[in-house]
Design a protein around this ligand. Structure first.
Ligand code: HEM
Length: 193
């Protein structure tokens, strides 16, 4: 009984609490996007929930929080002429796929509106792994991630005013998970409602 409770606590910690806390990093990148693209912040003030969703999608597409996932090949197979041998460590390039110019128009431009025409393929937009979460490895908490980000962005654009002091907002692409060097410090925070 106790062992089962301990087991379910550990499952909760690893499968729910830890990844939920990790969403804070995406929220840092969302705040960075509002700072880097101030026009977006102005537009979001008068926008509907759809616009928040498009913005959250684009933050996850554009910023390199979780750049790749690793796996070991279980059985030999060939994919598009590439041989995958059992036991080989492979990397799926999440960041590269999300910015692949064969899929995304002007991939290095931050443009949430692009998601209005997105075909909803589970294989081209893969910030939290690809495929379907029921049958493949795609993140089971993607919808929670999205909801948390939308709530945070809504709060940042509607409920508070703040200043962004000088700091180092560069992102080291060799760091995983990535984050701006100074995280994202804000000062002079005031409630607006
Ligand atoms: C910071 C946001 C998040 C990122 C970047 C992320 C990323 C990922 C990735 C890449 C995988 C696939 C791992 C693999 O290939 O084996 C995954 C799986 C998973 N994620 Fe997330 N995740 C996030 C948030 C969440 C949240 C908030 C939850 C739940 C509260 C969650 C629950 C899960 C679960 C249960 C799996 C395992 C799915 C399976 O093995 O079939 N994740 N996540």
């Amino acid at each position: 009984m106790h062992a089962r409770r301990r087991g379910s606590r550990s499952l909760l910690r690893h499968r729910a609490l830890r990844p939920t806390v990790a969403v804070a990093r995406y929220i840092v990148f969302a705040a960075l996007a509002l700072h880097d693209y101030p026009r977006q912040a102005v537009d979001l003030r008068d926008a509907d929930d759809d616009a928040l969703e498009l913005f959250a999608h684009e933050v996850r597409r554009f910023y390199p929080f979780f750049p790749f996932v690793a796996a070991i090949v279980r059985r030999n197979f060939t994919w598009r002429g590439y041989e995958f041998e059992e036991g080989t460590r492979t990397l799926l390039d999440l960041y590269g796929t999300n910015r692949d110019p064969r899929v995304w128009d002007a991939p290095d431009t931050f443009r949430p509106e692009r998601f209005r025409d997105w075909d909803e393929s589970p294989f081209n937009f893969i910030p939290q792994d690809g495929g379907d979460f029921l049958h493949n490895h795609r993140c089971a908490g993607e919808w929670i991630t999205k909801e948390l980000m939308e709530a945070a962005v809504d709060f940042l654009v509607h409920s508070i005013d703040y200043e962004v002091p000088a700091q180092d907002l560069s992102v080291d692409l060799s760091r995983m998970p990535a984050i701006p060097a100074s995280c994202f410090r804000i000062t002079n925070v005031r409630r607006v409602h």
